[in-house]
Design a protein around this ligand. Structure first.
Ligand code: SAM
Length: 376
């Protein structure tokens, strides 16, 4: 992985698992994203300056100093200057997005409403706003307002008519006790070992995001091998998570120190084993396998007998992929229905073959073919 000073490559990296690549482009994200191939990016995650408008030093009631975000990169002369900047980077990101790509933008009450309105004005189609609720928020030191305990992420498609964007609905549900995943996420701030510190023991960056947050973003809205970009790379949280999850990554960062820290961080990340990242497939999404393929692959020979689970009903496999039940011939589904006197039947989950270890559902043989297809 390199911090490139030459700017973004005109060609997007190949987007398959083995060739996943990870780079950080040093420079202004608007200029550099404009060099990406139009329509080449699968997912954008953006953690832009929030324009926190902090005036002077922030102190606790006991006069001790609060380590707040007071960096020049977060300062804008006016709301209008911030809006111009927001418009410019959103347009550059949109140009690079595939028609099916989606974008996440995180912000706080300081900026997220402006960003959301601009996104709608530019034609993005808002899909959700996710509330990241912090388990360990910073208190409101002066006790003049509520504890600011959340940030908001807008998730949007490139436009209203966008089709086929990635949302790993079934996998998210399976990971959530089979309950539909919600739009409020409870995740701690980035602290402890995960927080990047310099030789002086101080934080490398004031707004490093937790990897848990980025993992949920990437796992919900991208696939292994996808190209993910982050216009505001910072410490490279998005890149580190992208690499761990087998996604390609391009980050853009203006500050050399942050870019270098991110480069070292991402280089140290080991991708997870490919098998643990394979996309979760619903029955509808799984590649179609015809019964005849089991015969073509020699997994079932013509003349083999198929049985129901209790071995009371039997059918004969023909060379052409149909099966014979008594004097009737048809598909595994049709003959399954006939055998049971039913209207319909899923033959894959009805018929079995006899093996040395007992009866084996033909659906298990189909699963073996599908597993082979996924590995190809
Ligand atoms: C809110 S921080 C991102 C932090 C990051 N998500 C992380 O986890 O470390 C925003 C970053 O954007 C960078 N930045 C601001 N304006 C930029 C621009 N026009 N082009 C590239 N980077 C920029 C800042 O230097 C800062 O590191």
């Amino acid at each position: 992985m390199v911090v490139s000073r030459r700017g973004a490559s005109a060609k997007a990296p190949r987007t398959n698992f083995e060739s996943a690549s990870h780079s950080i482009i040093l420079g202004d994200c608007v200029a550099e994203m404009s060099k990406l191939t139009a329509g080449s990016v699968d997912l954008v995650f953006a953690d832009p300056p929030y324009n926190l408008q902090l005036k002077g030093d922030l102190k606790r009631p006991d006069e001790s100093h609060v380590d707040a975000v007071n960096d020049d990169w977060d300062k804008f002369d006016s709301f209008s200057a911030y809006d111009d900047f927001t418009r410019a980077w959103l347009l550059a990101a949109r140009r690079a997005m595939k028609p099916s790509a989606t974008i996440w933008v995180i912000g706080s009450y300081h900026n997220i409403f402006r960003v959301g309105a601009i996104m709608q004005d530019l034609g993005f189609w808002l899909l959700n706003d996710i509330v990241w609720r912090k388990t360990n928020p910073m208190p409101n030191f002066r006790g003049r307002r509520f504890t600011n305990a959340h940030e908001t992420m807008i998730w949007a498609a490139r436009d209203e008519k966008a089709k086929g964007y990635t949302f790993n609905y079934e996998a998210l549900k399976a990971a959530n006790e089979d309950v539909q995943a919600r739009s409020d996420w409870l995740i701690p701030l980035c602290t402890g070992e995960e927080r990047l510190k310099g030789a002086d023991g101080k934080k490398v960056h004031p707004t490093q995001k937790p990897e848990g947050l980025l993992a949920r973003v990437l796992l919900s809205s991208s696939k292994p091998g996808d190209l993910v970009i982050d216009p505001f790379n910072g410490t490279g949280t998005t890149g580190a998570v992208a690499k761990r999850l087998g996604r390609s990554y391009i980050g853009f960062e203006r500050d050399k120190t942050y870019a270098r820290a991110a480069e070292a961080r991402i280089a140290a990340v080991e991708p997870l084993p490919e098998a643990s990242l394979a996309p979760f497939m619903t029955a509808r999404e799984a590649p179609r396998v015809a019964f005849s393929e089991l015969i073509e692959r020699g997994m079932i020979l013509p003349g083999t007998k198929l049985f129901d689970a209790k071995k009371k009903l039997g059918a004969l496999v023909r060379a052409d992929g149909a099966i014979m039940f008594g004097d009737k011939v048809g598909s595994i589904h049709r003959m399954g229905a006939v055998a049971q006197g039913a209207q319909a039947c899923n033959g894959w989950t009805f018929w079995h073959v006899e093996t040395k270890k007992g009866l084996k559902l033909i659906d298990e043989l189909r699963a073996e073919i599908r597993a082979g297809m996924a590995a190809e």
